[in-house]
Design a protein around this ligand. Structure first.
Ligand SMILES: CSC[C@@H](O)[C@@H](O)C(=O)COP(=O)(O)O
Length: 370
């Protein structure tokens, strides 16, 4: 997508390194960062220089290309793979990408690991971008239908966190239908939840929507219910970090509350995701999806920029008070109107999800937390 009018992806190979946009610096500065080692890739994921399920997966894919260069034995390769998988627990795209790399290297033979890993990393990134573009076209149908019911009026979409192109390689999941509608000339406006504690909505979604020229308004996290009661939201679209085969959705903390408010107000609540975000081993998201807990200082502190242009971190919580930082929650399938995938739209039940992906329903399946 565009940054100052120039098209970018969020990650690409640059000489012997992996080049990323350092999202810790946005929206204050647009900085690129080169990652040279698996340790640097792991740190970039853990510290959220890259974040968002799709991009975490793509970064891990490229990290495995570096791992293939660092590892002299299969055991060392597995150990580096494990170090990448351990960086963040909730987004399933991470282990999906690493395991895909391990399987590709095993199939090609260890001696061919570096070239195999490079090709696989590029394929994962290209597929991610293509999937998001397809999600945009499928989601566009929903926005077109809403627009047809209110001709000449603006379609009002609410989104949470950043499920934009910054969370993927390109286009985004929740934002892809928005960008497609904007490109098709449908008047559209986005309510952007600020998304405490790290403010991915206020910092990232608002920035990328502005870069593409999409009208939007940032709101405090607790505002969505009021807007829905007042008829000011036509549609909610969020992304997902992990979706069970039954349609339970793990996404950024606060998503569940938006889904409850949407259900209470008859507002359609859609989740957009590439198929790499399904966890086929799980049928109960509340019991089975591991929820990342991050450092409390993300809650007790906030980063911003002063009028003089210096980036400062301020403590905003009373000294001495403890803070808890659950990074994700699970929205049960019953609260989700439908899924928008690259394969098409889908109801949130196991039969429909499995049918779309050529899998056999098995709702008795259980799996331990992983
Ligand atoms: C890939 S879009 C879906 C999610 O990844 C997104 O909404 C989200 O929760 C991102 O969380 P983050 O903690 O910024 O990685």
């Amino acid at each position: 997508m565009l940054v100052s009018g120039i098209p970018y992806r969020t990650i690409w190979l640059h000489e012997a390194s992996v080049r990323i946009i350092d999202q810790r610096r946005l929206p204050w500065t647009f900085d690129l960062l080169d990652l040279h080692t698996v340790a640097e890739v792991a740190e970039a994921i853990r510290d959220m220089a890259v974040r968002g399920a799709g991009l975490i997966g793509a970064t891990a894919g490229y990290g495995m290309w570096l791992a293939a260069q660092e590892a002299a034995t299969q055991k060392e390769l597995q150990s580096l793979a494990d170090s990448l998988i351990s960086t963040r627990p909730t987004a399933v795209n991470l282990s999906w990408a690493v395991n895909r790399q391990l399987a590709a290297i095993q199939a090609a033979g260890f001696q061919n690991r570096i070239e195999t890993a490079r090709i696989t990393a590029e394929t994962i990134a290209d597929e991610d971008a293509a999937s998001c573009a397809a999600i945009g076209q499928h989601g566009l149908e929903i926005i077109q239908a809403i627009s047809a019911r209110k001709p000449g009026q603006t379609v009002q979409v609410l989104t949470h966190c950043n499920a934009g192109w910054l969370a993927f390689v390109d286009h985004g999941s929740a934002t892809a239908p928005i960008y497609a509608a904007h490109a098709a000339g449908i008047p559209i406006h986005v309510w952007v939840d600020e998304t405490r504690p790290r403010n991915q909505g206020a910092r990232l979604t608002a920035w990328e929507l502005a870069q593409q020229g999409v009208p939007h308004t940032v709101i405090a996290d607790n505002t969505g219910g009021h807007l829905m009661q007042q008829g000011m939201v036509d549609l909610v679209i969020t992304g997902a970090d992990r979706v069970t085969r039954t349609g339970d959705v793990a996404n950024k903390i606060g998503t569940y509350l938006k889904a409850l408010a949407a259900m209470d107000n008859g507002v359609p609540f859609y989740v957009a995701l590439p198929s790499s975000t399904f966890d086929w081993t799980l049928s109960d998201g509340v019991k089975g999806i591991p929820i990342e807990q991050r450092a409390p200082d993300e809650v007790t502190e906030m980063e911003g920029i002063t009028d003089s242009g210096s980036i400062e971190t301020l403590r905003i919580v009373s000294p001495g008070s403890a803070a808890a930082n659950y990074a994700f929650d699970v929205t049960p399938a019953r609260l989700v109107t439908g899924l928008i995938t690259e394969k098409g739209l889908c109801s949130t039940n196991e039969a429909a999800i499995c049918a779309l992906h050529g899998k056999i329903p098995n709702s008795n399946l259980t799996a331990p937390l992983s």
